[in-house]
Write a protein that binds this ligand. Structure first.
Ligand SMILES: O=C(CO)[C@H](O)[C@H](O)COP(=O)(O)O
Length: 218
């Protein structure tokens, strides 16, 4: 099985968590693209979706799935998204696709975060994948200096502007022993919009695509 086959298997397994006549929270990325394909097969059973990025919105609309503004929606039963890394406590690094802020906002509204990954994303300690941090453009150098004080090596993701008009610093060489603490520390730096640690909002269900099928972790 290729990595993409495993992503697809995890994505289709998430259909089991989609409740009839609800609005579904939808993440961003190549694994989520498979989930959107899967959602399209049951589109007449759902009311629509709330999306975490312009890219996912476009794909959802392409299938005729109605996309609601989050401000029109007071509850979501599930939010389905991928991750760049996930640890045994279901804490994640996200934001490889630069959609971390909207992902964190939509997931905050949902009752359950269903994380869909292939088995290369499972790690014991987060941090081999560089931690994305979304930053207000004028604060970029200041935030980078503050991230160095926290032990990281930030690198400006050149040429990338987020859907919110901000920039991304990818922080290398962090061994993240305490994800909750680090998430809060980085968020308290002035100029940071969000960081890609999802520890305060960990996944409730993790569907892992493997060579031998999809494993469910809770
Ligand atoms: O956080 C994300 C986008 O901001 C994605 O969920 C993450 O990068 C995983 O992507 P993929 O499913 O393509 O491996």
């Amino acid at each position: 099985m290729t990595q993409d086959d495993k992503k697809k298997a995890a994505a289709y397994a998430a259909l089991e968590y989609v409740e009839k006549d609800t609005i579904v929270g939808v993440g961003t990325g190549s694994t989520v693209n498979h989930f959107i394909d899967a959602l399209a097969t049951i589109k007449n059973n759902i009311v629509g979706a709330v999306s975490s990025s312009e890219a996912s919105t476009e794909k959802l609309k392409g299938f005729g799935i109605e996309v609601f503004d989050l401000n029109e929606v007071s509850e979501l039963s599930i939010y389905v998204d991928g991750a760049d890394e996930i640890n045994p406590y279901n804490h994640m690094i996200k934001g490889g696709g630069a959609a971390l802020t909207r992902e964190k906002i939509v997931s905050a509204v949902a009752d359950k975060f269903i994380c869909i990954v292939d088995d290369t994303k499972n790690v014991d300690i987060l941090g081999d994948f560089p931690l994305p941090v979304e930053v207000i453009p004028m604060a970029r150098s200041y935030v980078a200096r503050e991230l160095v004080k926290l032990g990281g090596d930030p690198v400006y993701r050149e040429g990338v502007v987020t859907d919110n008009g901000n920039v991304i610093l990818d922080v290398y060489n962090l061994k993240i022993a305490e994800p909750l603490t680090l998430e809060n520390q980085i968020n308290s730096i002035v100029g940071v919009v969000t960081n890609g640690l999802f520890a305060n909002r960990a996944a409730n269900v993790v569907l892992v695509g493997t060579d031998s099928g999809v494993n469910t972790l809770k």
